[in-house]
Design a protein around this ligand. Structure first.
Ligand code: PLP
Length: 493
């Protein structure tokens, strides 16, 4: 399987090379040249397998420069004791048509672990395969969960360093604590003045800075990305869509071969795009419902075909979705048009003018598979309360956005297709919002609220979150977005 850039650079590279590079030299994202097909019979076979085996089967055809032993070993390491359930990505069913796909049983209690427990292993294996002797420094801009999940994945991995930038005012108390208490000799965490898009733009600037790359190379380092623009991030996510489908079959909500829907709380468009790729590989999915918070640029795009980031940026109670530039949409635009020139032009318009319009035909191709909706912070809180009251099931604010959007979608369309709500974080990661949604006060410091939520609901916090308050804060630096390069240079000196 070869990979090439969405922006037309005339070069075909292997999976290992695409994973090492992250972003393509022309600023595009790497895409596979085809979608491997998984037959209906093979999907039925997957139903009898555990998560690791399902993941290995789905990932293998995309990684044909790796042996099946190597891929099996990667899956064993990535999806093992580091998760708090042997099911890895269990589905909790609340009625005959609805299940919540819980993707937060990994070490940082959010869905980013599904990819970031795999990526460091995939990346170091890729480096060995390519005979690269340089050390790799992972550079991450995070709206919260990616940072911690990447730190946890890369901490003390030989031959790597990891540098995480987060927006000073855009992450929760617990998210910040999780990051600044990270252990490991090869890690660095730094706040950035501004919002997530400022941090992400800063990281993109550094990646496209050729002289800086040369300077680092002389010191023995090269930069790579753990953001969801890296193919190695997207790939592991395809697997859980197949796994969830199998669990719906096994639970009897659908017959083998029958279609289901997914409703996905969306920010950078990585998670939902992985699902759409699963559909292209043969997974029977009717629709993907793209759920946004008040930063509803994707709702508007999927409704009108106009992507317009010139709007107010909202800090919401689902901070990991506070994003105005959804990078992975670029891959979808390439897949539906097959036209790198137009994609490059739209992305250029987005960065120079702040908007682009894909026109009716492309929009039609997108709305064939996608619906979209958004939900306010208050709506998400009400949904947390409703699901808890009606089903005794506790969800976080991001999952609540999707859950509320699904309810509205079903009301509006009468569509009763069995649907998985993709659950992206443990409710314990967003205690203040979840507690206030349940009508409780939240005056205590972040980590004390964890015990309070446990007592109020009789549920149990994930182990690492429960002990957060006992850890030492190691990183307090804050930088102007213009000086992020300087921070990286100092870290690698
Ligand atoms: C990252 C994240 C999202 C958004 O996922 P994308 O792949 O960026 O669309 C949603 N919820 C949580 C909890 C996240 O951490």
């Amino acid at each position: 399987m070869k990979y090439f850039s969405t922006r037309g650079l005339d070069e075909r590279i292997s999976a290992a090379q695409a994973i090492i590079r992250g972003l393509a030299p022309d600023g595009g994202l790497y895409v596979p040249e085809s979608f491997p097909q998984i037959s209906a019979q093979e999907i039925e076979d997957l139903c009898a397998m555990n998560y690791r085996a399902r993941a290995a089967r789905i990932m293998a055809p995309f990684l044909d420069d790796f042996t099946s032993e190597e891929i099996g070993e990667l899956c064993r390491q990535a999806y093992g004791e580091n998760f708090d359930t042997a099911e890895i990505a269990p589905v909790r069913f609340i009625d005959e048509t609805t299940g919540y796909l819980e993707l937060w049983h990994g070490p940082t209690s959010a869905f980013k672990d599904m990819a970031l427990q795999m990526l460091p292993r995939l990346l170091t294996a890729s480096l060995r395969k390519q005979g690269v002797e340089l050390g790799v420094c992972i550079l991450v801009a995070t709206s919260g969960d990616t940072g911690k999940a990447a730190l946890e994945g890369f901490a003390d991995v030989p031959g790597t360093k990891i540098m995480v930038f987060y927006p000073r005012d855009g992450v929760s108390d617990v998210q910040r604590l999780q990051m600044v208490t990270q252990e490991g000799q090869n890690v660095m965490v730094c706040a950035v003045e501004g919002n997530f898009d400022d941090a992400q733009a800063g990281v993109k600037r550094i990646f496209s800075d050729k002289p800086f790359a040369d300077e680092l190379r002389e010191k023995g380092w090269f930069l790579s990305s753990a953001n969801s623009i890296n193919w190695g991030r997207l790939l592991p996510q395809i697997a859980y869509y197949f796994s969830c489908y199998c669990d719906f079959v096994n639970a009897g909500l659908i017959a083998p071969g029958e279609s289901m829907d997914f409703c996905v709380p969306t920010g950078n468009f990585g998670n939902i795009l992985a699902g759409w790729i699963a559909k292209q590989m043969g997974l029977p999915v009717e629709r993907f419902i793209c759920a946004s918070n008040e930063n509803n640029v994707l709702t508007d795009f999927i409704t009108t075909g106009v992507y317009d980031k010139r709007r107010d940026f909202h800090l919401t109670n689902s901070p990991s979705m506070d994003i105005l530039v959804s990078s992975n949409l670029e891959r979808l635009l390439y897949f539906v048009t097959g036209d790198t020139e137009r994609v490059a032009q739209w992305m250029n318009e987005l960065s120079t003018e702040g908007h682009y319009d894909v026109g009716e035909e492309v929009l039609g191709a997108i709305t064939k598979d996608f619906s979209a909706g958004f939900c306010t912070g208050d709506g998400a809180s009400a949904e947390i309360a409703r699901v808890w009251a009606e089903h005794g099931y506790l969800i976080d604010t991001h999952t609540a956005v999707a859950s509320a959007v699904l309810s509205a979608y079903r009301c509006g369309t009468g569509d009763e297709t069995p649907t998985a709500v993709v659950s992206t974080a443990s409710p314990y990661k967003f205690c203040p919002s979840v507690l206030s949604a349940l009508g409780m006060s939240t005056d205590e410091p972040g980590h004390e609220l964890i015990g309070k939520l446990e007592r109020a609901t009789g549920t149990k916090a994930p182990e690492p979150l429960a002990h957060l308050g006992e850890k030492t804060e190691r990183f307090s630096e804050c930088t102007d977005p213009q000086n992020m390069r300087g921070v990286v240079a100092a870290f690698l000196d």
